[in-house]
Design a protein around this ligand. Structure first.
Ligand SMILES: Cc1cc2nc3c(=O)[nH]c(=O)nc-3n(C[C@H](O)[C@H](O)[C@H](O)COP(=O)(O)OP(=O)(O)OC[C@H]3O[C@@H](n4cnc5c(N)ncnc54)[C@H](O)[C@@H]3O)c2cc1C
Length: 369
């Protein structure tokens, strides 16, 4: 199946920028543990198929200072804590010899997005779904659609359609794609691996000295290097899909490296925070033995939409039922299956169809068989 390529002309499609790991980073959702357990079950079914673009790999969450283990971590496969004395373990990412490292690791599900999205399209069609590509629609156009229920999964622009009393913030992520070829392996353990690494703030930090992390995920279409989280309370909602959203929020004040914009095919450039790139490069060199110094690098940017809590509810608009499903922050892929179940339940209740978790899971498993 063809992989879905990154479409640089559509900056409003966050799913293109997720790497994506199945970890509830920055998730704010009611009943988080149910969501995580449900999603993990679906990702396991996808992984075991072998051709869905989903795999598991050891993922390290590393801090250069002592850290309490995040509440979700113990639910993850193969979870283990790094020694509390900061010595680390064989194969742990570390910026330099002698730097103390704390944190934990586990086997994360990883959705290799270009392959995974292509697989999902095929699965959906196989189950009788239809896909139609359109431009940005206004509310009148959406209301004219002949459907019993409209589901609003408009991502960062979901709240602009029918309004939303809950506050939002947008987190801009600048990513680097290293066109590096083969899947790299941890040179100590031989495993495919990934990390989120939190260095001392003197090495790399957010505005006001707040700690920042950098991250690395190898993928079939390049190795993804990230770690820029710039915040804003607003994002322009231009209706012209060729116009990039206007950024009103935080900007990176430190040194930058200018890289060609990913997939743009022209000379457009994007400024990447230098410490984010250099720290990732050093971590990857030490971890895999591969130096990206002479590797072709391109950059892209996406927007995480962080709502106070994920919006999952049915409301009536102009006499029509609308189910909202947006505001997943940095965990929309992680929570995708459990949120889809909730949406199906809300739609099922409304139209009087059987759509509980068992029924949907059985249907998806049949599609996967
Ligand atoms: C840099 C970055 C890294 C990330 N990494 C991860 C990760 O590792 N793991 C993880 O779980 N999550 C990650 N995320 C978060 C994840 O990408 C999002 O939460 C998720 O993709 C949201 O999916 P969605 O379908 O709700 O929204 P989107 O993917 O944004 O899709 C919304 C769609 O609705 C369309 N749309 C909006 N309004 C209209 C309209 N009026 N008319 C027609 N179409 C409209 C948009 O064009 C878009 O196609 C990351 C996000 C970013 C930006």
């Amino acid at each position: 199946m063809d992989a879905v390529r990154h479409d640089a002309s559509e900056p409003r499609f966050a799913s293109q920028y997720a790497a994506a790991s199945v970890i509830p980073h920055n998730a704010a959702i009611t009943d988080e543990s149910w969501h995580l357990q449900t999603s993990l079950r679906f990702f396991e079914a996808l992984r075991s198929r072998g051709d869905a673009g989903v795999r598991t790999q050891r993922h390290y969450e590393v801090f250069e200072w002592p850290q309490l283990v995040a509440s979700y971590a113990e639910a993850m496969l193969g979870y283990r804590v790094l020694p509390v004395n900061g010595e680390g373990e064989c194969g742990v990412p570390r910026r330099a010899d002698g730097v103390p490292v704390y944190g934990w690791s586990f086997q994360t599900y990883f959705a290799d997005m270009p392959r995974y999205c292509a697989f999902l399209s095929g699965l959906y069609r196989g189950l009788g779904g239809e896909l139609e590509k359109t431009g940005f629609c206004d509310v009148d156009t959406l209301m004219a659609i002949r459907a019993s229920v409209i589901v609003n999964c408009g991502g960062a622009w979901g709240r602009t359609l029918w309004g939303d009393a809950c506050s939002s913030r947008y987190v801009r992520g600048i990513l680097v794609r290293a066109h590096a070829g083969d899947m790299p392996r941890n040179r100590t353990t031989g495993e495919i691996c990934s990390y989120n690494y939190h260095p001392a703030p003197s090495v790399y930090c957010r505005s006001g000295g707040r700690p920042a992390d950098v991250y690395f995920y190898p993928r079939s279409d390049g190795w993804i290097l990230g770690g820029t989280r710039l915040e804003s309370t607003e994002l322009s909602d231009s209706e012209d899909s060729n116009v990039r959203p206007v950024w009103h929020g935080e900007t990176w004040q430190g040194p930058v490296i200018r890289l060609p914009r990913d997939g743009s095919g022209d000379s457009a450039e994007l400024a990447v925070p230098e410490p984010m790139l250099m720290l990732n490069r050093e971590l990857i060199r030490r971890l895999t033995g591969i130096d990206l110094k002479d590797t072709r690098l391109t950059a892209m940017e996406g927007f995480r939409h962080q709502r106070q809590t994920v919006r999952l509810e049915l409301e009536t608009q102009h006499g029509r039922p609308v189910v909202h499903n947006y505001g997943h922050g940095g965990a929309g892929i992680t929570l995708s299956w459990s949120c889809a179940i909730r949406v199906a339940e809300l739609v099922g209740d409304h139209v009087g169809a059987c759509a509980d978790l068992r029924h949907i899971e059985a249907k998806v498993r049949a599609g996967l068989a």
